[in-house]
Write a protein that binds this ligand. Structure first.
Ligand code: ARG
Length: 585
């Protein structure tokens, strides 16, 4: 039984509401800040209007109507809140039992119900630097993919590579000027970016360069074999580089088809826009006006430039149509920052086409842009041009150094790290520091990165969570050494009634709702924030109580059970964030 759902049901019955409204109640349940006030609170403000009554009166009436059961001991109105007191032993039994029985999926709500969700993330550009926007998109996207999967969506991971557009004209032009085989072999994408930057710089001096680059890209679009061969080579070299990084992070995609894959599809789509009377010609270009549907002054969605080249927006329109035809998605989500206008234009243009062509499903309404803020202050020894690979190296090396310095002084009773594992651990800690940082605030907040802060084993960091996990693991090793059974029957959970134990059980009850909020708000922060709380509550328990007490084996076993389930929750949550739970640190 999921305790939180059960409580929501009981409140629903007291309200005399239909079953469909249980989820609404469940989402509103909170934990009172002061445990003396109760274990669960249901705020009644939102009901005032509907029930035409003051929140305090509603709370009083509800308290009188709550039916007590083995879980709910009593109910009381506290101002505008309905507060419930729970039976600690029974709740512990249920919560820990659910984690024990479903270690991979406890707390899951099946929000997706098997529907398909297309998730567009990472999407770096070939021959342009893989910058922090892409790192954040990669990380947030991978987290969301795991969170949505956990919540029952069938997720299609799309890496819509930026492998088309006039930038290739520049690179190919530069290659024809200065191309150096040895340099390309040795430095691949770094070299391509250099060529791109150099060509761009030249074009500022000499406008003829831009013209030549344009015409080279046109030849590419028209399929000139010599140019296509070059482009293919650049593309596959770049992809190899991206793959190294994805492998290292353990991230996979279902498709790497990028903008180039729309080459043949984009013209017919533009023709449809024209035929439906949705697009118009404007000074030789083809555009769709969208201010009217978006409801604010915004530039038209440009599908074709006056020189005849198709645009990024036209390709996104064609791509979205293709996704719908392939998947009939329940949602099509783009994890991309600073392109709000672009996506608003594309979705609005598609929405107009939907009306004009009378589509049976208005699927453009299922498309959404999940944006995020900017990261400041991240740079490496190699300078400001930031490459993801270099950042990962730096994180690993710094993690190794930090650990060395620390373990020279103080290892706080953790088991010694087997030397063979040191390298793996440094890599895992370095990644945890980076990846957790990205989700330690809400995605739209601009953040400032600082190496020393993110690597700390204390505070709101990834390594702190790994450290806590290693501490939990250490308890098990000690228990095995001390001969306390860890696998046999859990022991008497009714013994878990101390305040710190109860706080931990209550936290564990919050796992499912936290992941659910993460999915609904497209906000991995919700999971990160929850895990940090969980770790803090665990450490408060750990600092206050002796888990393994030879004089009291029954209590030791019950506490070990609690630690074990907390460890499962922490490991599962870290897994959702792509962070490796560690056994040693
Ligand atoms: N390659 C683009 C960029 O770096 C991001 C692509 C995002 N996805 C999309 N369907 N437009 O800005």
């Amino acid at each position: 039984m999921q305790i939180t759902s059960h409580i929501a049901q009981v409140v629903r019955k007291a309200l005399d509401w239909p079953v469909e409204r249980t989820a609404q109640i469940e989402a509103a349940l909170t934990v009172p800040p002061n445990p003396a006030l109760g274990d669960v609170a249901f705020p009644c403000f939102q009901l005032a209007k509907e029930l035409r009554s003051a929140p305090g009166v509603i709370a009083k009436n509800l308290a009188a109507r709550i039916v007590r059961d083995p879980i709910i001991l009593s109910a009381r109105a506290e101002g505008p809140y309905l507060n419930l007191f729970l039976d600690r032993a029974n709740v512990a039994e249920q919560v820990l039992g659910e984690i024990r029985d479903h270690p991979e999926g406890f707390g899951r709500r099946d929000l997706g119900g098997g529907r398909t969700l297309v998730l567009d993330f990472s999407a770096p550009n070939i021959a342009k630097p893989f910058h922090f926007g892409h790192l954040r998109s990669t990380n947030l996207g991978a987290d969301l993919a795991r969170i949505f999967t956990f919540e029952g969506w069938r997720v299609i991971r799309k890496n819509y590579i930026g492998d088309w557009g006039t930038q290739f004209g520049f690179v190919i032009w530069a290659w024809q000027q200065w191309g150096d085989e040895a340099a390309l072999e040795a430095r691949a994408i770094d070299y391509l970016v250099e060529l791109y930057i150099r060509a761009n710089r030249d074009s500022e001096q000499d406008p003829g360069v831009r013209e030549q680059a344009r015409s080279l890209f046109l030849r590419l679009e028209q399929g000139d074999p010599e140019i296509v061969r070059l482009w293919e080579r650049f593309r596959s070299l770049s992809l190899e580089g991206f793959h190294r990084t994805y492998d290292r992070l353990g991230i996979e995609f279902d498709s790497y088809d990028g903008e180039s894959s729309l080459n043949a599809k984009v013209q017919p789509v533009i023709a449809r826009f024209l035929k439906a009377g949705v697009a118009r010609e404007s000074l030789g270009a083809i555009v769709v006006d969208v201010s009217d549907v978006i409801g604010r002054e915004i530039a038209p969605c440009m599908l074709q430039k006056s020189d005849g080249a198709s645009t990024y927006a036209a390709r996104d329109c064609a791509e979205a149509i293709d996704r719908w035809e392939r998947y009939q998605f329940g949602a099509n989500v783009y994890v991309v920052s600073r392109q709000e206008d672009h996506f608003a234009q594309v979705f609005a243009a598609l929405g107009k086409l939907a009306v004009a062509e009378q589509w049976p499903v208005n699927w453009p309404a299922l498309c959404e842009n999940v944006s995020f803020g900017y990261v400041r202050g991240m740079s490496t020894r190699k300078g400001e041009a930031v490459w993801l690979e270099a950042v990962l190296d730096e994180a690993r090396d710094r993690a190794a150094r930090y650990r060395e310095e620390r373990s020279a002084g103080n290892t706080r009773g953790l088991p010694a790290v087997p030397p063979a594992e040191l390298a793996t651990i440094s890599e895992a800690v370095g990644q945890a520091a980076l990846l957790y940082f990205d989700v330690s605030s809400r995605r739209l907040t601009d953040v400032t990165f600082d190496w020393d802060t993110v690597l700390q084993f204390e505070g709101n960091t990834g390594p702190y969570l790994q450290y806590t996990h290693a501490r939990m693991h250490g308890l098990f090793r000690k228990a095995v050494d001390a001969g306390v059974a860890t696998t046999a029957a859990a022991g008497d959970l009714a013994l878990l009634v101390a305040d710190e134990e109860w706080a931990l059980v209550q936290k564990l009850r919050g796992f499912g709702p936290a992941v659910q909020r993460g999915a609904e708000q497209r906000e991995p922060f919700e999971v990160a924030h929850y895990l940090h709380d969980l770790a803090s509550v665990f450490n408060a328990f750990y600092n206050r109580h002796v888990v393994l007490d030879e004089a009291d084996p029954a209590r030791s076993r019950a506490r070990l059970e609690l630690v074990g389930r907390a460890r499962t929750a922490l490991a599962t949550g870290l897994g959702l964030l792509g962070i490796r739970p560690l056994e040693y640190m």
